[in-house]
Design a protein around this ligand. Structure first.
Ligand code: ZN
Ligand code: ZN
Length: 274
């Protein structure tokens, strides 16, 4: 099945421009230097769907989002996203979950058509989400306009309308987090270490997305150099770097990267085999 992968945001947790900063990248006029918080959208046409009303086959566009950060609303508007089939979460940090409430209008529509939007998360991520969004998830929640969403446990494989999303265990500092493989693409953000057993799940990729914060080492994020060494080992046809801080200007950094590796930018869409 053919689909697309869209970078909804490619910035680090603070976003670029970073508040209060007047550096060259934060004041750049290159639109690729403006980075919202990290998230990707996977879309494909589900041709096997049967419309309940007339029993005829017709194509429905499916959309899965990985993480809903604080910029989700703006990102959804830019991507013309009017329907979400599911959300997969990588971990519980603010830059990856805080936009959950902006799923509300889409969830009301989904709820009428097929039920609450499933949100797949590990027990750790789920616990943070249940605490922050208690007015949504508590069994005692009475807030009438709460998001119509349903937390689902994350398995090794999550099939969503014909596409298999595979869980890729990763480390983010001390924290165990999750990357995802879908078809011949993989999205690994906020990674500081890739466990040995995860490399076998990353063979035969067309597109590999890896986070690369900056050049200076950070306790819980890979540097560009670290990401390049994983990119070489994994050997995807194309590697895209994301979760980028303001130390890395798009144009200047891209000139230094080897063939087949580039910084991603907000709005970039690539075709993927799912
Ligand atoms: Zn992050
Ligand atoms: Zn994080």
């Amino acid at each position: 099945m053919e689909g697309t992968l869209t970078f909804l945001g490619t910035g680090t947790s603070m976003g670029v421009p970073t508040l209060g900063c007047a550096c060259q990248v934060c004041t750049s006029s290159d639109p690729r230097d403006r980075r919202l918080r990290p998230s990707v959208l996977i879309r494909w046409n589900d041709s096997a769907t049967v419309a309940p009303a007339d029993q005829s086959h017709h194509r429905i566009q499916r959309a899965v989002v990985i993480d809903t950060g604080p910029d989700f609303r703006e990102q959804a508007l830019r991507a013309n996203l009017n329907h979400v089939d599911a959300v997969l979460y990588t971990h519980s940090h603010a830059d990856h979950i805080l936009g959950l409430d902006d799923l509300r209008p889409l969830s009301f529509k989904a709820f009428r058509e097929s039920g609450p939007i499933p949100l797949y998360a590990t027990p750790e991520t789920r616990a943070v989400m249940e605490s922050i969004f208690s007015y949504t998830f508590s069994p005692l929640a009475t807030y009438p306009n709460r998001a119509r969403v349903r937390l689902e446990p994350l398995s090794d494989r999550t099939p969503i309308h014909g596409v298999d999303f595979r869980r890729i265990p990763l480390l983010h500092g001390e924290m165990e987090i999750v990357g995802y493989r879908f078809g011949r693409a993989a999205y690994l953000t906020d990674v500081s270490s890739i466990p040995e057993e995860s490399f076998v799940l990353l063979e035969g990729l067309d597109h590999l997305v890896l986070s690369a914060l900056r050049h200076k080492p950070h306790p819980s994020h890979a540097t560009v150099e670290q990401a390049l060494s994983w990119a070489r080992r994994i050997g995807a046809r194309h590697t895209w770097l994301t979760h980028i801080a303001h130390e890395l200007g798009h144009e200047a950094t891209n000139r230094t990267l080897p063939a087949g590796v580039e910084l991603a930018y907000d709005g970039l869409t690539v075709p993927v085999s799912l």
